[in-house]
Design a protein around this ligand. Structure first.
Ligand code: SF4
Ligand code: SF4
Length: 412
């Protein structure tokens, strides 16, 4: 995932300046600025790359990208645009360093003493001082004015017990075929119920999901921020876990970004296969169809394609098959389900205004379906969509498709 200098130049030379990337770039759609689209960014990167002087226009162009892969999906020359932009961010970090907030946040991802787990537990004790529960949605908004945080910004309710804590007393059945479950940070620390839902579904299908507590963050966020050193450290930790469990060949995740990142790892153990949960379930469709046995959720459901699932991994039919299985005729497509929701890792936090404009297209599309639930296979997208519902005063809820499936199976 980290490119060498000559690989970067090879990619830059592949661009024929056709402009096909303009039609799909969410940043360009909002700003109308050439330097914000892939063609313009690549042009600037080609001129400036290798220099130690980075003009503001270069920094702005490299910074204004969701790494959503929309341009790559539309590029007939198959330029690895997001990898080039990530490499440019690494170059910028080497010269200017990381900003303090990202530096502090990434330290939590690799620090075993004051870890993200401890940070979240501490936060769960004090969160109610500054935040209040949303009446109609899952999440919190600020109680009082806070610097840099607007009144509609939604943060998740921090749980006292994370997924690792909850699973300590879990009884497993070693007779069943095992697979590794990579929960990702959002599921592990912020939304453990999503992880429990996924484990429940896998057990219903007759599998024994193993969830090693040694897993690190997948590294997507550090890669996107240009922190190559932390990214390498996180990846090496995960590769060690994969190698220590090399007898287990299948790794499943319910997070689109984690799946996209893990599939890009070099040196995965031989025959180790990373699968999004929708891919895995699709391979076991007969068994799952038997379990569901024609029952449907009665609420109207629509679906947002996570960029890292659709454009990063090419997965579109599997989640739709799953949602039709869960909801039948109550599954309705929204217009432009493929368009980015504007979350883009930390982009939604660092470029709030622009991110909200991109999000508005998505919430308008969701509103137009009349759906009661908006689903997506990415915890980051779900949080962004919840914020969109709050800003737009929409009544729909957000759910991972797996949680809906678990609900259906539990109620049978
Ligand atoms: S679509 Fe690809 S080849 Fe065409 S301008 Fe964009 S990056 Fe270059
Ligand atoms: S990755 Fe997304 S935001 Fe970045 S240039 Fe490509 S289309 Fe635009």
């Amino acid at each position: 995932m980290t490119m060498t200098q000559s690989e970067i130049y090879q990619e830059l030379k592949k661009c024929v300046k056709c402009g096909a990337c303009m039609a799909v770039c969410p940043i360009y759609r909002q700003t109308g600025r050439e330097e914000m689209v892939a063609r313009g960014k690549l042009n600037l990167i080609e001129i400036i790359h290798n220099n130690r002087e980075l003009p503001e226009a270069w920094i702005e162009a490299v910074d204004h990208c969701l790494l959503c892969c929309s341009c790559e999906e539309n590029c007939s020359k198959e330029v690895k645009i997001t990898e080039v932009i990530a490499a440019a961010r690494i170059h910028q970090t080497e010269i200017k360093g990381l900003n303090k907030v990202k530096k502090g946040a990434f330290a939590l991802l690799k620090n075993r003493i004051f870890s993200i787990a401890k940070f979240v537990k501490l936060g769960s004790l004090v969160q109610w001082i500054l935040w209040r529960r949303l009446p109609r949605h899952s999440g919190l908004v600020r109680r009082l004015p806070l610097p840099g945080i607007d009144e509609n910004m939604v943060v998740p309710i921090l749980p006292r017990r994370n997924l690792d804590d909850i699973l300590k007393k879990r009884k497993i059945n070693p007779q069943l075929p095992s697979l590794l479950f990579f929960p990702g940070c959002a599921t592990r620390y912020l939304q453990p119920q999503m992880g429990l839902d996924l484990i429940f579904v896998l057990e219903q299908l007759g599998f024994n999901p193993i969830v090693p507590t040694e897993f690190n963050c997948c590294g997507m966020v550090t890669w996107g921020a240009g922190d190559a050193a932390t990214n390498t450290q996180l990846k090496e930790g995960n590769l060690k876990v994969f190698n220590d469990n090399a007898q287990v060949k299948t790794v499943v995740t319910g997070c689109a970004s984690c799946g996209h990142a893990l599939k890009e790892y070099d040196n995965l153990p031989q025959e180790c296969e990373i699968l999004d949960i929708s891919e895995f379930l699709f391979r076991h469709k007969e068994k799952l169809e038997q379990l569901v046995a024609g029952r449907n959720l009665t609420r109207k459901i629509t679906y947002h394609d996570p960029c890292h699932l659709r454009k990063g991994q090419g997965i579109t039919k599997e989640p739709r098959w799953l949602l039709k299985l869960i909801a039948g005729e109550n599954f309705i497509e929204m217009r432009h389900p493929e368009r980015c929701c504007g979350a883009g890792g930390t982009f939604g936090l660092t470029h709030k205004e622009l991110s909200r404009k991109i999000l508005k297209e998505k919430t308008d599309a969701a509103d137009a379906t009349g759906a009661e639930i908006v689903t997506s296979g990415c915890p980051g997208c779900l949080l962004q969509l919840t914020e969109g519902a709050v800003v737009a005063d929409s009544s729909w809820q957000t759910e991972h498709p797996l949680s809906l499936l678990a609900e259906l199976l539990r109620n049978s």
